[in-house]
Every structure is written in structure tokens, then in C-alpha cells.
Design a protein around this ligand. Structure first.
Ligand code: FAD
Length: 552
């Protein structure tokens, strides 16, 4: 017999009976992520996109809104579901995505954070404006930023073939989010993915085993398995496969021009640590039809054009993640008290958050400087500065997020706070698009094979020569390291390069309090950065904290 209502003795306690909620901050929503980030606004100006600031302010309003933050949480807590077959047993190879995922995609595509800047003339600031927007959007939700980034990065790679570029660029650039399968020529907006990593090796691209056979009509038939292919519902995939003349890049549509689905089967979705809103699939190609991009046998160089651009977004994405973690920490300590005083007034807490703020200032300045270099087509500088920055900024993100999480005490460790999502996300950018070691080895390769790249980076660093003794000493150490070029020291070299670039930018453009605290703590002889909150006594931690606290 079911219990009657009367038989059920338990009643919900009234909140007052358990005590009210005191000493807790208001939710960090309705805040302005641009107003509390002068480093971003300054960098946008400096890099030639000052005109975009009003538009960025409107985007920032969206990013900081309660509605957007709810969508970010929902997209993450309702991960994608794979549907391999329909009820009749037919293959559909589809992924069901939560409405909040579509809201996020629609927003980012609508704001043109994907491929739109590629149509603007060099030096117009379009890439800088887009970079700032992408950085803001990474403060909201990182999973959906993956297809946004891949679509951005696909355009320069597609330009290896004028015909393919002409055919697909307009769709990739369109500010129209058009999910669902359809022929790429007929859709209002396109998304692009990349499909390179195989089970036997991701970094080791020459070991590719997926095969591409030339067909009589000039297309290729691709057969094999890929271990990772994110955003598998994209419209086009740049895929690496072994053709008769060697590794070759093939552009594969999800739906063929005749409306049939391509031979691309989704085997399963990865159960990932973070980035959970985004689907990452294992894929099997069964004679999938595609078009060659670039020369046969030169596919690695072709796909690396795309990878290089995603590296910029790894830097911007990690800078965004660092910044939102900092905002969460600064916001919490502004409202929470312990031992009768606000945490934000406790000297040791100030030292911790100020240290995180320095990391954020440096990551933001460097990310936007690189976007400016893309805008102005500073190829030599990018060749070396990009992998070095990717190495350092992405490595810093987990440390910064972990410290920010701790600023919230036990609440930071609880899902409701949103910090665990940031913590799970934080290691990813250092793994994808070239893991730490691989990126550091790329730094070494750039220095060895393209000496102009080292000259360009040193010229940029030297712009701040003589401004600070700590910094000058660090640059001297970098020059020694550059001469050594030992493989086992490649991480140190990458780190020093990025650190010197950050130091140079902050010394020239940041307020004195920021620059001096950064160089005096990051260029110490006994290591670049100890635990957070160990800034030298002269650092003006209170001012630093005030500068970055979110405005509601
Ligand atoms: C969430 C997520 C999404 C992804 N999405 C995609 C996608 O959409 N498309 C795609 O193609 N791939 C994707 N990847 C795969 C990713 O790019 C690879 O995981 C990455 O490139 C590393 O390759 P791997 O996993 O095979 O590791 P390995 O190549 O096996 O490397 C393992 C470790 O060895 C190190 N290492 C490798 N070579 C050397 C060396 N010579 N010296 C010293 N150390 C070395 C690496 O740095 C790494 O730490 C995704 C991965 C993740 C986690």
C-alpha cells in the first residue's frame, strides 16, 4: 500500500529554521568582464582595434549576464549524446546537443567570432577585435569555442586551393549558425573541424595510417579510423590521410553534394575530463569522399596552417580562462569575510589574488599582441612567438585556476561555484594543437630552421631593454639559452621566450605597479614563478586587486 500524505511525517524545513545564509557573495552575474579588465581594453587599442570597443562592450554585457552564464552551465551539465542509428536501424551518425549549446554557438557565430576577420584587409584590426571577443567568450564556456576556433583556423588552410576556398569560404564566414546536416553548398553557414589524431599517434603526424585513394574523377576516397575528431557535426573536416605520394590533406564534407551522407561513422564520444559541452568523437571513414587540399605528400604542412591558427586560440582561450578564474576569486574575496575582516583586505589574500592578476595581465597582453601580429601579417614573429606563448600561457592556466578555486575555500571545490568546470577545462589547451613538449620542440625547430623568427622576437623583446634590471638579466639568460639549443632544455627556452615577451609588453604598456611586480617576481634567479602570493614586499597588491575586481 502506498503511504498516505498523513503517514509521511517528514516536512521540508523552512530556511529560517536552519539559519539564514550570511557572509556569502552575490552570484557573479550581471557583471562587466570588459570594465574590470583594463589590460584587455588597452591591448585592443594598442593593437589597432579601438573602434571595436563599443561592440566588445555589448558582447561583454552578454558574457557577464545571468542568462549566458546559465546556458554555459547547462551546456556543460547536459553533455552531447551520440545517436549512431535511427529507430529503424539506419545509420544517422548524429549527436544530440542541448539547446544551451546551440544558444552558445548561435551567439558566437552571430558575433562573428569564427571566420569573419579573414575578409578584412591586413592591418584593419579585425583579427584583434575577434581575438578580444573570443577571449571574452572563453570566459563564458570553452567547449563551444572549439568549433568556433577550428572554423577560424580552417580558412587560411583552405586557401591552399583557390577553388575550394572560393567555394566554401563564404559559408564559413557567414554570421549564420546553421546546425544540422546539409550539403555545404546549400547551407546558410558552415563549420569546419579537423580530423588528424589517430590511435597510434597524435603528435606523430607522419605515422598517419588512414588511406586516401585517388578516384578517376579527381576526388579521393578515405578509409581508416581517427581517434579524436571534435565537433563531429561540423560541415567540413580537414583530414590527414596517406595518399600514394605521402600524407595529404583532404577536405571531407559531412554531407555529399548529392545530399547523401558521406562515409563518416561516429563510433563513440569521448568521456572527457572537461570541455564536456563539446562532442569529441572517434570516427571511422569508409571510403569517404573528399577533395585534396594542397599538394599530395605535403598534407602535414597544409594541416599545420590550420593547427597554427588554433594555437593562437589556445593562447586566447587559456588567457580567457585565467581571467574568469581571477574574476571569480576577486569577486568572492570582495564579499567574504573571515576573522572579522573582508578577505580582500587581508594582506595575504591580496598577495595571492594580485599574483593571479599579474598572470592574467601578462597572458592577455601577449595573446592580443599575437592577434595583432596575425592582423599585420608579422609572419616571422608569429613563427616563434606563437608556439612559445602557447607553451607558457596554456601551462599557467591550471595553476592559476587551482589557486583561484582555493580563494573560494570549500565552495570553490563544489560544482555550484562553477570553479570545478574551469579546473577540468584548464589542462586542455596545453594538450591539443601540440602538447607541451611538442610545442617546445617546435620552438627549437623555428630557431634552428628560421633564424629570422628569433631576430623578430628578440627585436620585440628589446623594445623594453634598459627599463628594468630584473628584466634585462632575464633577457641575457634567454640569449644564452638561445645559443645552447639543447632538446632537453626546449621547455625552458619556450618559457623564457614567452616570459620575456610578456615582460617587454608589460614594461612598455602596463601601469608601473603591474609591470614592476611582474618582472620582479617572474625573473627571479631561482625560478620564474614560485607559488602564488609570494610577490616581493614592494608589490602594491591592493592596487592590483582593485584594478581587476569585477564591476556589477
Ligand atoms: C578534448 C580533446 C579534443 C581533441 N580534438 C581533436 C580534434 O578535433 N582533431 C584532432 O585531430 N585531434 C584532436 N585531439 C587530439 C590532440 O590533438 C592530441 O591528443 C594531441 O595532439 C597529442 O597527441 P596524442 O594524444 O597522440 O599524444 P602523443 O603524441 O602520444 O604524446 C604523448 C606525450 O608525449 C609527448 N611527446 C610526443 N612526442 C615527443 C617527443 N618527440 N619528445 C618529447 N615528448 C614528446 C607529448 O607532448 C605528450 O605529452 C583532441 C584531444 C583532446 C584531449
Amino acid at each position: 500500500m502506498l503511504p498516505t500524505a498523513r503517514a509521511c511525517a517528514y516536512t521540508l524545513p523552512h530556511v529560517a529554521e536552519t539559519g539564514g545564509v550570511g557572509n556569502q557573495p552575490p552570484p557573479l552575474s550581471g557583471f562587466d568582464p570588459l570594465a574590470c579588465d583594463p589590460a584587455l581594453a588597452d591591448a585592443v587599442h594598442r593593437e589597432g582595434a579601438g573602434d571595436a570597443l563599443p561592440t566588445l562592450a555589448s558582447l561583454a554585457e552578454v558574457v557577464g549576464s545571468a542568462e549566458a552564464r546559465a546556458h554555459a552551465r547547462l551546456a556543460d551539465t547536459h553533455p552531447p549524446v551520440l545517436r549512431t542509428h535511427d529507430r529503424y536501424g539506419r545509420r544517422v551518425d548524429d549527436v544530440e546537443l542541448h539547446p544551451s549549446w546551440h544558444w552558445l554557438m548561435d551567439t558566437s557565430v552571430g558575433w562573428g567570432l569564427h571566420a569573419t576577420p579573414w575578409v578584412a584587409p591586413a592591418g584593419s584590426g579585425a583579427h584583434v577585435a575577434r581575438a578580444a571577443g573570443f577571449y571574452l567568450m572563453n570566459q563564458l564556456e570553452n567547449g563551444h569555442c572549439c568549433p568556433i576556433s577550428m572554423t577560424y583556423a580552417a580558412v587560411p588552410a583552405l586557401r591552399h586551393d583557390a577553388e575550394l576556398a572560393e567555394r566554401f569560404e563564404p559559408g564559413l564566414r557567414a554570421q549564420h549558425y546553421d546546425p544540422g546536416p546539409g550539403t555545404p553548398d546549400g547551407k546558410a553557414g558552415l563549420l569546419a573541424g579537423m580530423s588528424m589524431t589517430e590511435v597510434q599517434g597524435g603528435s606523430d603526424l607522419p605515422a598517419v595510417a588512414t588511406r586516401a585513394e585517388r578516384a578517376a574523377d579527381g576526388t579521393y576516397r578515405v578509409t581508416g579510423r581517427k581517434w579524436f575528431t571534435s565537433a563531429p557535426c561540423s560541415d567540413l573536416f580537414l583530414t590527414l590521410a596517406l595518399a600514394p605520394d605521402g600524407p595529404t590533406c583532404i577536405v571531407m564534407p559531412r554531407v555529399l553534394p548529392d545530399g547523401n551522407r558521406n562515409g563518416m561513422h561516429l563510433l563513440r564520444l569521448k568521456d572527457k575530463l572537461g570541455n564536456r559541452a563539446n562532442a569529441s568523437a572517434e570516427v571511422e571513414y569508409t571510403g569517404a569522399v573528399g577533395w585534396r587540399l594542397g599538394e599530395e605528400g605535403r598534407g602535414i604542412a597544409t594541416v599545420l596552417t590550420m593547427v597554427t591558427m588554433t594555437r593562437l586560440d589556445c593562447v586566447l582561450g587559456s588567457a580567457g580562462l585565467i581571467r574568469i578564474a581571477l574574476s571569480e576569486a576577486a569577486h568572492h574575496v570582495a564579499y567574504r569575510s573571515a576573522f572579522g575582516a573582508r578577505l580582500a583586505d587581508a594582506p595575504l589574500m591580496q598577495a595571492v589574488v594580485a599574483d593571479l592578476a599579474l598572470e592574467s595581465e601578462a597572458a592577455t597582453a601577449l595573446g592580443l599582441r599575437l592577434a595583432g601580429a596575425v592582423d599585420r601579417e608579422e609572419r616571422e614573429l608569429l613563427r616563434l612567438a606563437l608556439p612559445a606563448a602557447k607553451y607558457l600561457v596554456c601551462k599557467r592556466a591550471p595553476t592559476v585556476v587551482a589557486e583561484a578555486l582555493e580563494c573560494l575555500g570549500g565552495d570553490g571545490y563544489v560544482e555550484d561555484s562553477g570553479l570545478p568546470r574551469l579546473y577540468r577545462e584548464a589542462p586542455l589547451n596545453s594538450i591539443q594543437a601540440g602538447s607541451g613538449n611538442v610545442t617546445a620542440l617546435d620552438v627549437l625547430r623555428a630557431i634552428t630552421r628560421e633564424p629570422g623568427s628569433a631576430e623578430a622576437v628578440l627585436a620585440e623583446i628589446d623594445e623594453a631593454a634598459g627599463m628594468d634590471a630584473w628584466f634585462d638579466r632575464g633577457v641575457q639568460e634567454l640569449r644564452t639559452e638561445l645559443r645552447g639549443r639543447e632538446e632537453r632544455r626546449a621547455r625552458r627556452l619556450a618559457e623564457m621566450l614567452a616570459l620575456c615577451l610578456q615582460g617587454s609588453l608589460l614594461l612598455r604598456y602596463a601601469p608601473d605597479d603591474v609591470a614592476s611586480a611582474f618582472v620582479s617576481s617572474r625573473f627571479l634567479p631561482d625560478g620564474p614563478w614560485r607559488t602564488a602570493g609570494t610577490l616581493p614586499a614592494e608589490a602594491h597588491t591592493e592596487t592590483l586587486l582593485e584594478r581587476v575586481t569585477p564591476v556589477r
